[in-house]
Design a protein around this ligand. Structure first.
Ligand code: ADP
Length: 614
């Protein structure tokens, strides 16, 4: 777990202030990449935003300058000068104010359109990345944290960063304008303007950094909270939560996490509030000092009334612009830190899936495990060790063993979801690592014990088994027929076009055994698959259904290798070859008859099960 965040302090010493200065530049680190992202999303919207923003930056000081002209022309008219001049100034000001209004509206429009588009682009990038992550990466809690954090902030932060960049630009342009105006009065006025705003910025940068560190350090709690939400509010967990009366405990845990998180937030919010208030008071004092100076200068006749009006306005709005600029930089800093999560995720190295072979040198060799060992990342003991097996085309291998003996791990390696830590697996005489992943996966039809029950159409639930024929109704039926699922699916209210699951309107739920047939049909979609791997495919079916299914499978097995995991010896004994696993090793191997004759673990397990039936 990450260490708790350091206690917050404002910079006291010079080195610390220097550190802050370098943190200041960090606020812009990811700006180019965020801009590129926005540019790719919509160059027109980005350019539009830029133009309106520049206009909005330039207009306020121009309006103040017009005010200067207006007041002076009125004073001059009172003294007998040209009266129409004042009206011309008013007209000019009206034009500028109207332009500002239009710019503001257009800026908002561009922003909301870009928000939607950019949020979508970023989500698509995140999911594209997620689809390329390897299984070990998914199972790594840090990568998972990264994914969760990136997703949570994906729709707001990138636009936030860009809006704040533009805010910085807009207020910087305004400030330049106001400073130019104030310079005509006194350089000291410009300096006072700057000094009043600086402490507020330093505080802002510090607190945003702290908020981010808090957010990052707390990711596991937030993830637990999201998980608890899922448990309490989803149909697939409702059954168990109810029968175990587990709900109140879940809710209490949810509350506890909130309280802990709130406590930390509260402390930070309070510190932020105190500093913010003190610095705002300081800024106001400086502002009124400047007002007093302007009033004195004008009373003494050193400034015209128009200059004083413009000066007051420039000071007031200049300080606001300065505040807004600093706040934008503070926010930028925060968005930048959050967005670093997104870019960290997008930059994760893709799973190195080398290999470009789509055939092997010796198709008759079938499948070979050579001294294969595997240890899960982070585990201390190997899940598999010294596994050597050979399966020829047309043969069936059954894996037998207690829970946790490594059967599923073995087929995960075969499906190349993990890489062996030692040894190699060969298909048609070629190491799996040298195969092109797509070509390899087409050759293997796998159905895992914890297969997914998609809330899609019944036919689609079969179709996912082969993306090339995802929508092919004829193939759905053929596969379902091979898995003895056709009658069930055809008998649904809209046949294969019936929505399954309960999440969407008109959804039908299937029984565990029926779902298993659908899953089996899914694996059988790949008619050209050379290897069929079935992890307890009939565990939820009745004995008659199981016999029927294996008879059908055997009829179609011609030339195909099958690997089967099952705890039922009625199924296992049909296999040509049986491997008994224990603690990640093959302890016995042979046919049913041979293994019974050997009178070892297999014979003992068989006898135990047989007794149960007597
Ligand atoms: P079986 O299929 O024979 O019941 P598995 O192959 O699923 O057994 O598990 C073998 C061993 O590997 C077990 O000790 C299990 O705890 C461990 N294991 C399984 N899956 C994972 C995983 N994703 N990460 C870490 N360890 C795992």
């Amino acid at each position: 777990m990450a260490p708790p965040p350091p206690p917050a302090r404002l910079p006291r010493s010079l080195p610390e202030a220097r550190l802050l200065a370098s943190e200041f530049w960090q606020a812009f680190t990811h700006a180019p990449r965020a801009l590129r992202l926005a540019w790719q999303t919509s160059p027109r919207l980005l350019l539009g935003l830029l133009v309106w923003t520049l206009l909005m930056g330039a207009l306020p000081s121009a309006i103040a300058w017009v005010g200067h002209g207006l007041v002076d022309s009125v004073v001059a008219a009172q003294r007998g000068g040209d009266r129409t001049a004042a009206i011309r100034w008013v007209g000019l000001e009206l034009a500028l104010v109207l332009t500002l209004l239009v710019a503001q509206r257009w800026q908002l429009l561009c922003q909301s359109l870009l928000r939607a588009q950019l949020g979508h682009t970023v989500h698509v990038h995140i999911f594209e990345k997620a689809l390329t992550l390897s299984l070990p990466q998914f199972e790594d809690s840090q990568t998972y944290d990264l994914l969760t954090r990136a997703r949570r902030e994906a729709s707001t932060r990138p636009l936030g960063l860009i809006t704040k960049l533009l805010n910085v630009l807009q207020n910087a342009v305004s400030l330049l304008g106001f400073s130019a105006l104030l310079m005509t009065l006194s350089p000291w006025a410009v300096l006072a303007l700057a000094l009043a705003g600086l402490p507020a910025f330093l505080a802002e940068a510090r607190f945003s950094g702290e908020a981010f560190r808090l957010f990052r350090y707390r990711a596991p709690e937030t993830r637990m909270q999201m998980y608890l939400e899922t448990l309490m509010a989803r149909e697939d967990s409702a059954k168990e939560v109810k029968v175990f009366q587990f709900g109140p405990r879940l809710l209490q845990r949810y509350r506890d996490i909130y309280l802990q998180v709130y406590e930390e937030d509260r402390a930070l919010t309070w510190r932020r509030h105190r500093w913010g208030l003190a610095l705002a008071i300081l800024a106001t004092l400086v502002l009124y000092g400047a007002f007093a100076w302007l009033a004195l200068q004008t009373s003494a006749g050193k400034l015209t009334l128009g200059a004083m009006t413009a000066g007051l306005l420039a000071f007031k709005q200049g300080q606001q612009a300065f505040g807004a600029l600093l706040q934008a930089i503070g926010g930028l800093y925060e968005d930048n830190l959050y967005i670093s999560t997104l870019f960290e995720l997008l930059d994760l190295p893709a799973d190195p899936e080398p290999g470009d072979a789509s055939t092997g040198p010796d198709p008759q060799d079938g499948l070979r495990f050579e001294e294969v060992a595997f240890t899960y990342p982070g585990a201390d003991a190997p899940a598999l060790a010294g596994i050597s097996l050979h399966l020829k085309p047309g043969q069936t291998l059954a894996l037998v063993g207690a829970n946790g003996s490594g059967k599923t791990t073995l087929i995960k390696l075969l499906a190349r979801l993990y890489q062996p830590t030692a040894g190699r697996i060969l298909l048609d005489g070629r190491d799996l690592q040298q195969w092109q992943p797509a070509a390899l996966r087409l050759r293997i039809g796998v159905i895992f014990q914890d297969f997914l029950r998609y809330q899609f159409l019944a036919g689609e639930n079969v179709g996912v088994g082969d993306d090339r024929h995802y929508d092919d109704e004829v193939r759905w039926q053929q596969a379902a027929d091979r898995a003895a699922a056709h009658e069930t699916l055809a008998g649904l209210p809209q046949g294969y076009r019936t929505q399954l699951g309960k999440w969407f309107d008109g959804g039908r739920e299937l029984s565990g055994g029926q779902w298993q047939r659908v899953a089996l049909a899914r694996a059988l979609m790949r008619t050209d698959a050379q290897i069929l791997v079935l992890d307890e495919p009939t565990s939820a079916m009745d004995a008659a259904a199981e016999v029927e299914i294996f008879d059908r499978l055997q009829d179609q097995a011609a030339g195909r290798m099958s690997i089967l995991i099952s705890h039922r010896f009625s199924t296992v004994r049909r296999a040509d070859y049986i491997a008994v696993l224990d603690g990640g090793r093959v302890v016995e191997r042979g046919s049913h008859v041979e293994l019974l004759a050997a009178d070892g673990t297999y014979a003992r397990l068989f006898e135990q099960q047989a007794q149960g039936y007597r």
